[in-house]
Write a new protein. Sequence first.
Length: 165
Amino acid sequence: MPRVKTIEDLFYDTLKDIYYAERKILKTLPKMARAAQSADLKAAFQKHKAQTEGQVERLQQVFEIIGKRAVGKTCDAIEGIVAEGDEIMVEYGGSPAVDAGLIAAAQAVEHYEITRYGTLKRWAQVLGYNDAVALLDETLQEESQTDQDLTVLADAGANEMTKAT
């Protein structure tokens, strides 16, 4: 008879998923920074790369807290979102619309991460992983702030640059 899966198993699987996603994002952010036309957007992607490195370190700490090895599990969702971002860079590269497209792709990533970190934080609370709760919440706050910062960049001009004249 197969073992019944628990919320602890689900927590670990979801942690592996976001660990994979964050490491994938680390590889993608420099490409996005190079493709961005706005200096502010380039800087935002560079800042988020540094933040993401810290987020990966925090995830490694969460793995330690639960006594499991830090290992990623292929995240099809992030693969799809990154592929869409790559498509934008190819199809709109060098055009006035590229920054708006890059912001949209980056926000799709942020929204995915926000849902994952919110869920993981709640499950960590339920499982009594109090140290993990604080680490996951710190990352959740960073991801939410990054999403807000991207909206400001979009509203400050990236979306306006896409209009035909």
